[in-house]
Design a protein around this ligand. Sequence first.
Ligand SMILES: N[C@@H](CCC[C@H](N)C(=O)O)C(=O)O
Length: 318
Amino acid sequence: MEIALIKVHGSMNTFYMFEGEERDDYAQLAKHISTIDPDIDGILVILPSTRAHAKMRVFNNDGSEASMCGNGLRCVARYVCEQQNIQKAVIETMKAFLSVRKKAVSNGEIATYAVEISPVSFLLNSVPMNYLNQNEWINKPLPFVSKDILFSAVSVPNPHLIGIVPATLQNDSSHQEKWAQYFNSDNEYFPDGVNVSYVTAVEKGIFVRTYERGVGFTNACGTAMTASALISCMSGLTPYGDVSVYNPGGLVKCTIASSENKIDLELSGNATYLAYSTFYWAQDDIEKSRILFVKNSQEQVSYNKFIEQVTTRSNLFS
Ligand SMILES: N[C@@H](CCC[C@H](N)C(=O)O)C(=O)O
């Protein structure tokens, strides 16, 4: 069968997005499309929902299904709002119904959406993480990794391990890579794997680099950036409210509000369409599947200008 794919990105976290029905072979499709186009981090499937404007399923490029994807949800939000001619919507995800909305931006050139990130839990059994029979692990070193890095484990609701690191450990990512690979292999601490982010304070916010479960190093991970902004606020690295989060693929805003027993998180940033394609999906022999047609959009031109401004503005680690 032929399907219409849109190649999209949020902070250069790149996916093929398409409309589909419930079925059980999206994992195989995600793996196959990722071999044809290794640029992508995964696929986003937009399905009908009986209780929301639409439903999103996300598959990493290794075929594993994730409960949430913040950058992907912004792209799905754009698609649903444009298709249904609305400014805000509710999207069903694996574990939550999430509010999304279109944002007005000053130059209007880059489609920008804000999405709710929820539910948040610090309970280690929600991550899941097993370590010393603890219930939570917030801002404490994991001595077998490093006595100098403060780590926090949190689910939003996909799993994150966040370390606050000095600039030296951002510039050389081999430490992060080694431990992220370990925590995403067969290991005693994270039975389902974990997205591992290293966070460093910069002049006007934080910089976050993420090694994603099911993907590897990525330009940006929206849930990781939002969880990292929350941990940065909790640890006094940055004030609560709007946090500018720089990442290898650009810049997003995470809005962090916390009261006695409630945490509200919102992620805002670009939802860029790179190209429109037709894909031949050979369901009986996936190897025969292929991209038949590609038409590039011009949206990346504006995004590249934005990236130039971000990189010249931020002398990140000096
Ligand atoms: N890139 C996403 C997260 C994708 C899922 C993640 N790799 C997982 O397995 O939890 C984002 O923008 O949040």
